[in-house]
Ligand binder design. Structure first.
Ligand SMILES: *Cc1c(COP(=O)(O)O)cnc(C)c1O
Length: 391
């Protein structure tokens, strides 16, 4: 078994750009470099045509219309536009927004910004399995609520929320439904009408396209969602997000979502099989805990804690595996994960948590190598801890 180390097992943090995506985007840096807003000449038309095709591919992948897609710099910007855009546009109707404790900081921080503006904010807890309690959501909605924001797939524990049920509640109560789908697009089926989603954020670098590109789906009918723009200047993207379009990155995102959709079933099945095999192998150690429900969960994700093992020591011993112990998007490095805290994993367990993310270029040999190395390292640390306890 030969694997090249370090083995990359951090696909929830970011993904490499698929070589097919690179090939497709390259001409748009050089010979086809036009500005998609230049309507007077061929350079502009070519760029505009390429952007239109990418927009079409994104829309098709989520059951939307091309004119409902707004390109942004990534899911962080999309979340800000969706949350603060709705909050400001509907502030005369109501000032109350609802979200969940396990959301990405790119959702929680705009909520906090709204609270500082004097708005009302409710952050709902989740159960030990990481799932939102739908009754609690129902109970939290008031006649001043304008938006509920619940992510599709969690970036740390991979848990999938019941979007269809949340969408039904939102629709019944006349509240808009936003979902951060950075981890979900191209990995699970997403249908805006069937799920009652009004706004959906996505990101290129989680689906084998470059960093710094993403988008937001904004529903145009039943209801037509109004947004207060957060960036002004030139009126691009129907005035919702000004700034010259990043044509090569948009082309890449379109190709990436097309490939992800085409290969989704096969890829998900492969990753789920290897993930389950890895989980079975790790459980043989005993004293192993899965953080978050096993199902429904992203096919390539595991988040595990080990009894009697400190997370930092485990990671130090596993330098040949590129793993994460918490969300890389949280900058303060020694604070335990807010996601693991929210599912009630105690601080020690949260520190010992390993997030294992398999992806498109993971091989079966790499999974087997990771399993044997984690087992070996946990055993070593436990023997050492027992020896220290004995003296
Ligand atoms: C990565 C990620 C983001 C941030 O996306 P960027 O494109 O890096 O801004 C937001 N939410 C979730 C769930 C993510 O996984």
């Amino acid at each position: 078994m030969s694997v090249k180390t370090p083995v990359y097992l951090d696909y929830q943090s970011t993904t490499p750009v698929d070589p097919r995506v690179v090939t497709r985007m390259l001409p748009f840096f050089t010979e086809r470099f036009g500005n998609a807003a230049s309507v007077e000449h061929r350079f502009g038309w070519e760029a505009e045509e390429a952007v239109a095709q990418a927009r079409e591919r994104l829309a098709t992948s989520i059951g939307a219309k091309p004119e409902e897609i707004v390109f942004t710099s990534g899911a962080t910007e999309s979340n800000n536009l969706a949350i603060l855009g709705v909050a400001w546009a509907y502030r005369r109707k109501g000032d109350h927004l609802i979200t969940v404790a396990t959301e990405h900081k790119a959702v929680l921080d705009p909520f906090e910004a709204w609270r500082r503006e004097g708005g009302q904010v409710t952050v709902l807890p989740v159960g030990r399995d990481g799932m939102l309690d739908l009754q609690r959501l129902e109970d939290a909605v008031t006649d001043r609520t304008t938006l509920v924001s619940v992510m599709a797939a969690n970036n740390e524990i991979g848990v999938l929320q019941d979007l269809e049920a949340i969408g039904r509640i939102a629709k019944n109560r006349g509240v808009l439904f936003h979902s951060d789908a950075a981890q979900a697009l191209g990995k699970i089926d997403l249908d805006m009408d069937a799920m009652g989603i009004d706004l959906l954020s996505f990101s290129g670098h989680k689906i084998y396209a470059p960093k710094g590109i993403g988008g937001l789906y904004v529903r145009r009918r039943n209801p037509r969602v109004r947004l207060a723009p957060q960036i002004f200047g030139g009126g691009h993207e129907r005035g919702l997000r000004s700034g010259t379009l990043n044509v090569p990155a948009i082309v890449a995102l379109g190709e990436a979502v097309f490939l992800a959709r085409t290969e989704m079933t096969e890829e998900a099945e492969r990753l789920r099989t290897w993930r389950d095999k890895l989980w079975t192998g790790l459980q043989r150690l005993g004293g192993v805990f899965l953080n978050g429900a096993l199902e429904p969960r992203l096919p390539g994700n595991l988040n595990v804690s080990f009894d009697g093992v400190a997370g930092e020591k485990l990671l130090l011993g596993l330098q040949d595996l590129a793993l994460s112990s918490r969300s890389a998007c949280t900058t303060a490095s020694d604070t335990p994960s807010h996601v693991l805290a929210a599912i009630g994993a105690e601080t020690e367990a949260a520190r010992a948590a390993l997030r294992i993310g398999l992806g498109r270029f993971t091989t079966e040999a790499e999974c087997a190598y990771a399993e044997s190395r984690i087992v070996e390292e946990v055993k070593k640390l436990r023997v050492r801890a027992a020896w220290h306890a004995a003296v």
